[in-house]
Write a protein that binds this ligand. Structure first.
Ligand code: SF4
Ligand code: SF4
Length: 301
């Protein structure tokens, strides 16, 4: 929280994959996990940052002139950023005439976000939708998220929390009081493999998944990452866990490379270059395994 404000990197209207019906998805910035395949790397850092779009640059040099730490230079007309030097002062993004450098992440009050959400109330009513709070990891800013969901529910808006579950139960419980449905991300059942792919082990996450499912309506979200968690054995273990918790539905997110080009734009390196997107056969096999455990399956994106 920042004076009661939340750090948000996107508010997406008319979302149809983030829970039931038509929804407004609020994406909180900052995540305690670093999933190697993350398609929204701009969601990971818990502070505002710049994102660059080389194709829009008209080489006017304004950013180079204004940067107080000389982090911008030109090499054969191409603008380059020294990411080590950049301290995210946002002078360049404020000055760039062609939006070739943009600020990612803004601090908004609960009421500012809620007003955006309420603007589309009619769509929620007609479709059984509502508001989804996603990320990044919303629970990093749990006080803001709890208050946003509390106020939304007060206005009769259906609330969904999309979480990786890596937070103390004490915090989760406080947020879940104001949540109608949880989309709980499950990436791997083996602690070492989980840590390898996400930077953290899964003990706390698994424990929170059980407690969450006992308290609130819960769906699992499973990214299908080739060579990481898409073997029949890995899928079967997740399916068994889901069945043991009486999970209602599993959403499968096939791996794609669409986010890979974003990494260089924020000064990061994508470590999964060359990984082939999830093929149809793997998706069918995973679907069949979950269904054989009595679970409803939905394919996302
Ligand atoms: S945001 Fe970074 S690159 Fe841009 S002006 Fe500030 S220090 Fe320089
Ligand atoms: S201000 Fe924008 S358009 Fe001009 S050189 Fe910098 S990035 Fe390119």
């Amino acid at each position: 929280m920042n004076d009661g404000k939340g750090l948000i990197f996107n508010i997406q209207k008319y979302a149809i994959h983030d829970g039931p019906g038509i929804r407004t998805s609020v994406f909180m910035k900052g995540c305690p996990l670093y999933c190697k395949w993350c398609s929204n790397p701009e969601s990971q850092r818990a502070h505002p940052e710049i994102m660059t779009y080389d194709i829009r640059c008209i080489s006017c040099h304004r950013c180079e002139e204004i940067c107080p730490v000389n982090a911008i230079s030109f090499n054969e007309k191409r603008r380059q950023i020294d990411w080590e030097k950049c301290d995210n002062c946002f002078k360049c993004s404020g000055e760039c005439p062609s939006k070739a450098i943009e600020r990612i992440g803004n601090y908004l009050t609960v009421d500012e976000v809620l007003n955006e959400v309420l603007a589309d109330e009619i769509f929620y009513r007609n479709s059984g939708g509502g508001m989804t709070v996603s990320g990044g990891e919303p629970l990093l800013q749990w006080e803001f998220v709890a208050e946003l969901c509390r106020k939304a529910k007060e206005k009769g808006i259906h609330t969904v929390l999309d979480t990786c579950g890596f937070a103390s139960w004490n915090v989760m419980e406080k947020v879940l009081k104001h949540v109608d449905l949880v989309l709980f991300d499950v990436k791997h059942m083996a602690a070492t493999k989980h840590k390898e792919g996400t930077g953290v082990d899964n003990e706390l996450i698994m424990s929170n998944a059980g407690k969450t499912a006992a308290l609130v309506r819960t769906w699992f979200r499973v990214p299908l990452i080739p060579g990481f968690n898409d073997s029949p054995e890995d899928i079967r273990k997740i399916a068994e866990f889901a069945r043991s918790l009486h999970i209602e539905k599993v959403s499968l997110l096939p791996y794609h490379e669409l986010g890979s080009s974003k990494y260089a734009k924020i000064g990061k390196t994508y470590s999964m270059d060359g990984l082939i997107p999830t093929d149809e056969e793997k998706l069918k096999t995973a679907t069949a395994i979950f269904e054989s455990h009595g679970l409803k399956v939905e394919k996302e994106r």
